[in-house]
Design a protein. Structure first.
Length: 429
C-alpha cells in the first residue's frame, strides 16, 4: 500500500490534481480507453483514485490492486493528455473518441520502447485522422521573442571560467539523442581534437535555472579524473541565433565505440568474458566516485561507453553527498534499474548504484531488462515487491547468480560496496 501512496505523491508533485480526477476523467470511454476496465463495474467511473485507495485499505483484493495500477498509469500520462486534448474540439464526441484511441496507442508505443531515453531515431507518434499530425505539433507553443539571444550575457564572472569561446567548436555530425539533449561530434578549432557536445535547449524563462544546473554538474565533474569516467571539459554557448530559446552545450570527452545499449541492440547478450571486463571497469569507476561521495543514480547500458575500456557517462542527475546525514530521497533514475529504496523515496546512498549495476549486468547476460514485459507502473511495483529481479529464473553460472543476488540484497545496507565486489569470484572467470 505504501508503494501506491509513494507513486501518487510523485504524481501529485508533478501538478496532477489527483484528489479531483475521477476514473472517468482519466478514461472517458471506459473499456474502449483501456480494455482492462471491462472487468470492472461502471459504478467505479465516478469515484476518485483516493476512493479506490481507501477501498483497498479496507479490503485488500486483487481487483482493487489491478484497478489502482490502471488508474496510476492513467494519472502518469494525464498532463500530456490534458495538454494535447486542448487542441481539439472535445465537444465533438467523435473527434474526442478518435483522439482518445490514438493517444492510448501512442502511450502504448512509448511503454513498449523499453523506456530507453536515447533512441537513435525519433518514435513516429501520430494521431490517425484524415491527415497525419505529428504528436509534437500538439504541444503548447512557447512564447517567442524577436530579439536575438546571446547566452553569454547571462553568465556571471564566477561561471565564466567554465565557458569556451563561442567559436571554439565546429559540429562534425549528429551522434544521437540522450535522455536530456542531443549529442554531436565536434572539432576543437584550436587544438583540432574531437570532442562530444551535448546540447540543451530551453525557453528564455527557464534559462537561468538550466544554466545553474549545468554549471553545478560541470563544476563538480571537472574535478573528477579517472580512466573509467568520461571527462568533462566545460560549457559552450553557440553564437548562432536561436529565436526564443536558450542553448547551452556541455563539452565532453569523445568515446569511440558507442554505448552498451547500442551493442545490445546490434549483437544481443554479451559473452561472459566481456561482461566481466565491463563490470570491472564500472566497479573501478564506482569505487572512485563513491570515495568522492558521488552517487551516479542513473547507471544503465546507455550510460556506459567504449570498446576495450569502458567509461561511465551522463552525470546529469548524479549527486554529491556532503554529509552522510543528508542522504538523498529524490525519485530519480530509470525505472528498470532503480533500487527499491529510491522508488520508495526512502533515504539511500551508494548502494543504490550497486543495485543498478546488478540490473545492468543482468541485461548484458540475458539481453533483457528486468521485468522487460511489464509496463512502467508494473515494473516499479515488481521492483519493490519481488525478492529480486531474477524471480524464479535460473542463472546457469553460479558465480554470476551470487554476484547479482549480492547486488540486490535488502535492506540496502546489506549490499557489498563497489570495492568489495571487485574481489568477487565472478570477476575472476
Amino acid at each position: 500500500m505504501s508503494l501506491f501512496r509513494k507513486q501518487l505523491e510523485v504524481i501529485m508533485d508533478q501538478g496532477v490534481p489527483v484528489d479531483e480526477l475521477t476514473v472517468q476523467d482519466l478514461f472517458p470511454f471506459w473499456e474502449d480507453s483501456d480494455s482492462r476496465l471491462g472487468r470492472f463495474s461502471e459504478e467505479y467511473k465516478a469515484i476518485t483514485v483516493m476512493d479506490v485507495l481507501d477501498r483497498l485499505e479496507i479490503n485488500d483484493n486483487l481487483d482493487c490492486r489491478l484497478l489502482l495500477n490502471i488508474i496510476i498509469e492513467g494519472l502518469s500520462s494525464w498532463r500530456e493528455y490534458d495538454e494535447l486534448s486542448r487542441e481539439i474540439d472535445i465537444s465533438d464526441s467523435s473527434e474526442l473518441a478518435k483522439f482518445d484511441a490514438e493517444f492510448r496507442r501512442y502511450i502504448n508505443r512509448k511503454n513498449t520502447q523499453n523506456y530507453e531515453e536515447d533512441f537513435d531515431e525519433p518514435v513516429d507518434n501520430t494521431f490517425s485522422r484524415d491527415f497525419t499530425i505529428n504528436l509534437d505539433s500538439f504541444k503548447p507553443v512557447r512564447k517567442t521573442y524577436s530579439t536575438k539571444f546571446t547566452p553569454n550575457e547571462e553568465v556571471d564572472e564566477e561561471e565564466s571560467d567554465l565557458f569556451f569561446p563561442s567559436d571554439e567548436f565546429t559540429i562534425v555530425k549528429y551522434l544521437g539523442k540522450g535522455g536530456e539533449g542531443k549529442v554531436y561530434l565536434a572539432e576543437d578549432n584550436l587544438h583540432k581534437d574531437l570532442v562530444a557536445i551535448k546540447q540543451y535547449e530551453c525557453s528564455l524563462a527557464e534559462s537561468q535555472e538550466l544554466l545553474g544546473i549545468l554549471v553545478k554538474e560541470v563544476r563538480m565533474m571537472k574535478k573528477v579524473c579517472h580512466p573509467n569516467i568520461v571527462k568533462y571539459f566545460g560549457l559552450h554557448s553557440p553564437d548562432e541565433s536561436f529565436e526564443g530559446l536558450s542553448v547551452y552545450n556541455v563539452v565532453l570527452e569523445f568515446i569511440e565505440g558507442g554505448s552498451l545499449a547500442d551493442k545490445l541492440k546490434k549483437l544481443g547478450p554479451f559473452a561472459i568474458k566481456d561482461i566481466v571486463n565491463v563490470t570491472k571497469d564500472i566497479l573501478e569507476a564506482l569505487v572512485y566516485l563513491h570515495s568522492k561521495n558521488i552517487i551516479h543514480r542513473d547507471l544503465k547500458p546507455s550510460n556506459v561507453l567504449g570498446n576495450d575500456i569502458y567509461k561511465l557517462s551522463d552525470f546529469g542527475i548524479c549527486t554529491q553527498v556532503k554529509e552522510l546525514e543528508s542522504i538523498p530521497r529524490s525519485f530519480v533514475g530509470t525505472a528498470w534499474y532503480m533500487a527499491p529504496e529510491v522508488i520508495m523515496q526512502e533515504p539511500y546512498s551508494f548502494s543504490a548504484d550497486i543495485w543498478s549495476l546488478g540490473c545492468l549486468v543482468y541485461e548484458l547476460y540475458t539481453g533483457c531488462k528486468p521485468f522487460k514485459t511489464s509496463n512502467l507502473a508494473k515494473a516499479l511495483h515488481l521492483m519493490v515487491e519481488c525478492e529480486s529481479p531474477i524471480q524464479d529464473q535460473k542463472i546457469a553460472i553460479p558465480a554470476l547468480e551470487d554476484f547479482l543476488l549480492k547486488c540486490w540484497r535488502r535492506p540496502h545496507s546489506f549490499r557489498p560496496s563497489a570495492k568489495e565486489l571487485l574481489s568477487h569470484g565472478f570477476l575472476s572467470m
